[in-house]
Design a protein around this ligand. Sequence first.
Ligand code: LMR
Length: 334
Amino acid sequence: MLKTVTKALAALTISAAILATPVFAEPIAIKFSHVVAVDTPKGQAAEFFKKRVEELTQGKVKVEVYPNSQLYKDKEEMEALQMGAVQMLAPSLAKFGPLGVKDFEVFDLPYIFNGYDDLHKVTQGPIGQQLLAKLEPKGVKGLAYWDNGFKSLSANTPIKTPADLKGKKLRIQSSKVLEAQMQALLAIPQTLAFSEVYQALQTGVVDGTENPVSNFYTQKMQEVQKHMALTDHGYLGYAVIVNKKFWDELPADIRSQLDIAMKEATDYANQIAKEKNDKDLEAVKASGKTEVTTLTPAEKEAFRAILVPVHDKMADRIGKETIDAVYQAVGFKK
Ligand code: LMR
């Protein structure tokens, strides 16, 4: 009798487990939406990820990459991810505020990183992991950080000193730190989706912008900006994120293959980011359309002196512990 009950219970447990395991139609599709051109560090890394996933899973997973805001613009893509309309994104770290995770804006603090090595101490260490964990209550899982690069400022008039930006309308991403940064320059920040920037510059809705040169060049901003200064005043890079429910429900063997592909794509992204920005800088110069100014150390210092006070101003928003942890990791001195 006892044996029969035990057997029945075991059968019930197994059927419940089968019911609870979602059945994925094969191939499993991952829609990966992003806003930049294919020929950028993020665009290339997304293509690399697709290729490796399809090889490693022998076609059981198909990655559909939608570049250039083809599917969604900045704000919409976050909502689409949470709703499960797409499974994967790689938004700039400056775009997590609207999701309610303001801590990521630490990456926007002007001059906090003195180059990629500093940055990697954060993105490839415990602070990076702790930040990604903060996404989980939002139904989002962070898988990796992909580099882009350090930003330059552009406008239609020469930029050598902070005063050159006074009163200018400058496009920013949706980050309060970037808003404060532009206000510190006495400029007028305007938040716009990336897909709208070229036209806004062309029509004079904004006077200028900031971006790593790979984004500038691949959006042809050299056609609508006469001057660029290599200020390197801040970093722009990405968190690769997935819909958490989708990820958690994947068969374990598939998830491990995706983990391997993501690790390889991350190494690739971080290896090509600087090269790509350097190459695109040469292309902007060669276009003859945008005059590129390299600042002297003293000129850079003038930007730094005005922009570093933004750190204290934003401490309540970002969290002082997060800022201090980054300071410590990179050895930042005011
Ligand atoms: C921007 O909006 O300027 C960037 O975040 C675009 C990107 O994804 O690099």
